[in-house]
Design a protein around this ligand. Structure first.
Ligand code: SDX
Length: 383
C-alpha cells in the first residue's frame, strides 16, 4: 500500500530555516536587508557598507567602514594560478563556467579552506567578495582579447570593478549606477543559488565549495541567466513597434518572457522599480541602440503587466531592466551573470555563516515509485 505523502515541487512554500538576513515580502513587493529597506540602501548606502551590514548584522560606524573597506581592498588581488585558469579557460568556456572554476581555485590559496570559527569565515567571505569582482573583470578582459588589469586601490569597489574591466576610471554617475547594481543583486533570502550554497555547506564542506555550488546554480535562465536572456529578447524584438507582436506570439507559443515572474514576488519586484527609475537617468547620454532597447523594455513591461500582471501575478523582476543599464556601463551581455554572481557572493556567505550556527544536513526525501525485489538475470538470459 503506497504511503500517502505531500510532495512540494521545487520546495514551493517550504520553510527551510530561520534567518534574520533578508525579508522578501512577495505580496507587498517589499525587500529588507537586515531590516533596512532596499530603497534606502540603494539611495544612501554603498556596496561595501551593504556587505558589512549583511555579514555583521548591523550598519558600520565610520571607523568600522574604513577598516572593512581597507580589508576588501587588500583582498582584491588574485594569484597567478587563478589568472592562468582564467586565461586558459576563457576562450571557449562560457563566462560563468570560467568564474565557477576560478572561484573554486581560491580555496587552494587559503591554507585552511574550512573553519568552524565565525570570524575566520567572515575573513574568508571578504576574500571571496573582493576577489570574485577581480575575477569577473579579468574574464571580461580576456574574452575581449586584452590583458588582465591589477586593482586600483584608490577606487571604491564599484569604480574599481569598472576600471579593471574597461581600463577607464568611471565618472561619478557610472560609479553610482554600478554600486546600485551591486547592492540590488547582493542578497535575496533563500533563492536557488543561496539554497545550493547552503546545501553544500550543510555537509560541512568549506565556504569556497559553497559559493562554487551557488555560482553553478545561478547560471540557469530561470535564475541569474535571465538578465542576459531578457536583453537577447529585446534585441530579437529589434524595433519598439515590433514589441507587442513579439510578446503576443511568444505567449501564444507558451514561451516564458525572461525578466518577468517570480516564485515569491506576486507584484512588482521593488528592485525592478529602482532599476527602471535609472533608465530615465541614462536615456540622455546613451547611444541610440541602448535608447531603443529602453523603449522596447518599457513597451514590453506595459504589455506584460496588462496581460499577466494583475491577473497572474507575473511582474517585472530584477533581471528585466538590468540589461540596458549594464550595456550603458559597457558591460557585455555575456558578463551580466558574472556581475550578478560577484555581487551575490556576500549573500551566499552571509547565509552560510548564519546557517552554520545551527547546522543541519539537508537531506530531503523522494517518494519512490519504481519496482523492488526484481530477480537478477545473467546477461545471457536477458532478451
Ligand atoms: C531571479 O528566487 C529569487 O529570489 C531569485 C532572484 C534573486 O534575487 O535571487 O530574485 C533572481 O532569479 C529572478 C527570476 C529570473 N528568472 C526569470 O525572469 C525567468 C522567467 N521567469 C519564469 O521562468 C518564472 O517566473 C520563475 C522561474 C521566475 C518562477 O517560476 P515558478 O514560481 O516556478 O512558477 P512557474 O514557472 O510554475 O509559472 C507559473 C505559471 C506558468 O503558467 P502555467 O503553466 O501555470 O499555465 O506562470 C507562467 C508559467 O508558464 N509564467 C510565465 C512567466 N513566469 C511564469 N509565463 C510567461 N512569462 C514568464 N516570465
Amino acid at each position: 500500500m503506497e504511503e500517502t505523502v505531500e510532495i512540494k515541487e521545487g520546495l514551493q512554500g517550504v520553510y527551510i530555516t530561520k534567518s534574520s538576513i533578508c525579508k522578501v515580502d512577495g505580496q507587498e513587493g517589499k525587500l529588507y536587508y537586515r531590516g533596512y529597506k532596499i530603497e534606502d540602501l540603494a539611495n544612501y548606502s554603498s556596496y561595501e557598507e551593504v556587505c558589512y551590514l549583511l555579514l555583521y548584522g548591523k550598519l558600520p560606524n565610520s571607523k568600522e567602514l574604513v577598516d572593512f573597506t581597507e580589508k576588501m581592498k587588500k583582498e582584491r588581488e588574485i594569484s597567478e594560478k587563478t589568472k592562468d585558469i582564467i586565461r586558459k579557460f576563457s576562450k571557449e568556456a562560457q563566462t560563468l563556467d570560467v568564474l565557477r572554476t576560478a572561484m573554486s581555485s581560491l580555496s587552494a590559496d587559503d591554507g585552511k579552506p574550512y573553519s568552524d570559527n565565525e570570524s575566520e569565515n567572515i575573513e574568508k567571505a571578504i576574500k571571496i567578495i573582493a576577489k570574485t569582482a577581480t575575477i569577473s573583470a579579468a574574464i571580461g578582459r580576456i574574452k575581449d582579447g586584452k590583458g588582465i588589469l591589477e586593482p586600483d586601490n584608490s577606487l571604491n569597489h564599484s569604480a574599481n570593478f569598472l576600471y579593471m574591466l574597461t581600463d577607464k576610471k568611471p565618472d561619478k554617475d557610472s560609479e553610482k549606477l554600478m554600486d546600485i547594481m551591486f547592492i540590488l543583486h547582493a542578497e535575496h533570502s533563500s533563492n536557488a543559488s543561496t539554497f545550493a550554497t547552503l546545501v553544500a555547506c550543510s555537509t560541512l564542506a568549506d565556504i569556497y565549495a559553497g559559493v562554487t555550488a551557488g555560482v553553478a546554480a545561478l547560471k540557469g535562465p530561470l535564475h541569474g541567466g535571465a538578465d542576459e536572456a531578457a536583453v537577447k529578447m529585446m534585441k530579437e524584438i529589434g524595433s519598439p513597434d515590433n514589441t507587442e507582436n513579439y510578446i503576443e506570439e511568444a505567449l501564444a507559443g507558451k514561451k516564458k518572457i525572461m525578466g518577468f515572474g517570480h516564485r515569491v514576488y506576486k507584484t512588482y519586484d521593488p528592485r525592478a522599480k529602482i532599476l527602471k527609475s535609472y533608465l530615465d537617468k541614462i536615456k540622455g547620454n546613451s547611444g541610440g541602440e541602448i535608447n531603443k532597447l529602453i523603449e522596447i523594455s518599457l513597451r514590453a513591461e506595459k504589455m506584460m503587466i496588462d496581460k499577466l500582471g494583475k491577473s497572474h501575478g507575473i511582474w517585472p523582476n530584477v533581471d528585466f531592466f538590468s540589461g540596458p543599464l549594464y550595456l550603458h556601463l559597457n558591460i557585455k551581455p555575456e558578463l551580466f551573470d558574472t556581475v550578478f554572481a560577484s555581487s551575490r557572493t556576500v549573500g551566499w556567505c552571509a547565509h552560510v555563516i548564519e546557517y552554520w550556527r545551527n547546522n543541519k544536513l539537508f537531506r530531503p526525501l523522494e517518494q519512490y515509485e519504481g519496482s523492488v525485489d526484481l530477480v537478477y538475470k545473467n546477461i545471457s538470459e536477458r532478451s
